[in-house]
Design a protein around this ligand. Structure first.
Ligand SMILES: Cc1cc2nc3c(=O)[nH]c(=O)nc-3n(C[C@H](O)[C@H](O)[C@H](O)COP(=O)(O)O)c2cc1C
Length: 140
């Protein structure tokens, strides 16, 4: 049994960087979203980029098809703008809550897209993701 799992849906690689920072901080590897999910463990980190104010399809499929009853979940993501990221996190949180999960917290930062947000996620944003990871782990 692994106590900590990290899964990410990242089309462009920005959110994967955040997932890698979280996994590194907690000494685990980022799991494969397409492989089956374990039903135990202390905390699950789920992250996605924001596409039309929504999480990626692979992440939504993962959430819709999984059993999250009684699971502690921390959500993370990246987005072009702040509001889009918030909407995406809310969409994930609502679905997971409906499926019986406990949302322990969330973190999102900017990710580069087309001509904006060059250099994001920055080192500072990735350091903040690590702090978030540690805090979420300690909370469970
Ligand atoms: C097709 C597409 C749609 C996007 N839609 C939004 C959006 O609705 N709101 C937003 O804030 N950012 C949006 N973005 C920006 C991405 O959320 C941002 O670049 C994010 O870091 C992408 O994560 P990824 O590199 O992990 O895929 C969009 C980007 C793409 C490519």
């Amino acid at each position: 049994m692994t106590d900590i799992s990290v899964f990410v849906d990242s089309r462009g690689g920005n959110t994967k960087k955040v997932a890698d920072a979280i996994a590194e901080e907690l000494g685990v590897k980022v799991g494969d979203l397409r492989a089956s999910q374990s039903d135990d463990g202390k905390i699950l980190f789920l992250g996605s980029g924001t596409y039309g104010s929504k999480p990626g399809e692979a992440m939504m499929k993962f959430i819709e098809s999984g059993n999250f009853t009684g699971r502690n979940i921390a959500i993370f993501g990246t987005s072009g703008g702040f509001a889009g990221g918030q909407k995406m996190i809310t969409a994930m949180a609502d679905t997971l809550t409906r499926k019986g999960a406990t949302i322990v917290g969330s973190y999102h930062c900017r990710g580069k897209t087309f001509l904006i947000n060059w250099g994001h996620p920055t080192k500072e944003e990735l350091d903040n993701a690590k702090k978030f990871a540690r805090e979420m782990f300690n909370r469970c």
